[in-house]
Design a protein around this ligand. Sequence first.
Ligand code: URA
Length: 321
Amino acid sequence: MSETPYVQLLEATISHLEHLRSQGARHVQVTPGVLQELVTTKGTPDAPVRETRPPAPPTPSRPAGSPLPSVRTGGPLPTVKPFAPSPTPSSTRGGSPAASPSVATSSGGREATDKGAAMEGLRERVLACVQCPNLVAARKNVVFGVGNVDSPLMFVGEAPGADEDLQGEPFVGAAGQLLTKMIQAMGLSRAEVYIGNVLKCRPDTPGQSYGNRKPSPEEMATCLPYLREQIQIIRPRVIVALGATAMEGLFGRAPVRITGERGRWKDFEGIAVMPTFHPSYVLRNQSMETKRQIWEDLLAAMERLGMPISDKQRGYFLKAG
Ligand code: URA
């Protein structure tokens, strides 16, 4: 059988659905528009398939106040409580304002709905992207990004690894689990922040079935407009850039020595950027000093966002005595 892009994408879709089923999912949400598109595509095998994963239901048609579906499929955005109610009481994507606020969200309800719709539109375009043929051929999923589009805090990483490629969600492997713990140490959940990468596809590793490689400058330049659009939609107050590649992608300057740049605020088009270590570096270098450094960078982000910080939080990873 010739491996046309259509067949590759079809197989990736089937494998993703099987993966979901193995995790216990019994339903996926498909919009009428996409169903129609699938019917059309069926008769024309060489036509590009727009998605490798089940798409999200359209945000605007969701009744106000109704819960959003889970984010595990990488589709719809999760139900989240914002860090704090907006100055004028309003909800994000139909949810009620948070009961335990800590910092203000970046926008009000109407704008949040628009943000959700804009992000969905962008997501559909990114999932259909075929600009890097080597990455398209190797990927199992496009890893778009996940979280609260109305969050004042965004994390930017490098590129999906094998686990992320399989699950279609950023930062779900070992480094991702550490990132999740760091977010929780800040008093937040993954669903309250937005997490994205410079590259939306896993850098291919021809001839080897394991390991990761750094994205090439060309791949970063090709994919960066998508990250910029994500940032423009979210307009977070703070971006935490995870590692040198995230900084190189954001600022178009290489090489970045993250040991020299971490902990110093930068400006990305009016948004405060805190460079810090990539969690995978922390996994490789488990010294108290490294953990304290990354934690100090996160404390700085919390301070900038006006989040409450407990004495216990201030003391994390300080040597006793
Ligand atoms: N490393 C990253 O930079 N991003 C991911 O999504 C996973 C690992």
